[in-house]
Design a binder for this molecule. Structure first.
Ligand code: ZN
Length: 61
């Protein structure tokens, strides 16, 4: 799976596990996730899921 971090921090990695990206989110974007959760009125865990799916890069080649 390829990921390009939705928070625009420059994190971009190819062929990594989703769990590796989740680790990045939790380490670097704990505050961002809280803000999204608050703004959207959803649980932080859901904000995390949405961020993961929005950061996935699907390449057609
Ligand atoms: Zn990031």
């Amino acid at each position: 799976m390829n990921f390009n971090c939705v928070f625009d921090c420059g994190f971009k990695k190819n062929n990594i596990e989703e769990s590796e990206f989740v680790t990045h989110l939790r380490e670097k974007h704990g505050k961002d996730l809280e803000l999204v959760a608050k703004k959207e009125n959803i649980p932080v865990s859901m904000a995390e899921m949405i961020s993961v799916s929005n950061s996935k890069v699907f390449i057609n080649c």
